[in-house]
Design a protein around this ligand. Structure first.
Ligand code: FES
Length: 150
């Protein structure tokens, strides 16, 4: 992400230090993570100490300080999903992507996370990809759905 793009985001918020979280959210959304160079630029332009920005970036789960895949897969491992076969769905995703929960693949295509409930237990096992919910998933359905992501 070059300085020009970061400056455009900062300008959108009139360079106000009070817009720090919105600026960080927009960089995260556009870039999938917060590179250190981007944070240094934000610090300089908004006149907010880098230490404060890093504190915020590590505090909120919405931010990542390491590269993330273009697509984020959340697999629910809560009780309702677990008893209906979530572990087999997780195995399938791990086999197909080659990554474990908390990791991203080298091509930065996918990041994988497990969660304890996605709030739609009746649909278990539930897989959420980029915020889209896929219910009643088995290993074959999961493999089919993953093919749709580039
Ligand atoms: S336990 Fe999986 S959605 Fe609630």
């Amino acid at each position: 992400m070059d300085n020009h793009k970061i400056d455009q985001i900062i300008d959108k918020y009139q360079g106000e230090a009070s817009s720090l979280i919105q600026v960080l959210l927009e960089i995260q959304r556009k870039h999938n993570w917060l590179p250190k160079e981007a944070l240094e630029r934000v610090s300089e332009e908004l006149e907010v100490p880098l230490a404060r920005i890093l504190h915020i970036a590590t505090f909120y789960k919405a931010f990542s300080l390491v590269p993330k895949g273009r697509h984020t897969i959340h697999i629910c491992m809560g009780t309702a999903c677990h008893v209906r076969g979530a572990p087999r769905v997780l195995d399938t995703v791990q086999d197909l992507t080659g990554i474990n929960p908390g990791e991203s693949d080298l091509d930065l295509k996918f990041s994988l996370e497990t969660v304890n409930c996605l709030g739609c237990c009746a649909l278990g096992p539930v897989v959420e990809i980029d915020g889209k919910t896929h219910g009643k998933m088995g290993p074959a359905d999961t493999a089919e759905v993953l093919k749709n992501y580039e």
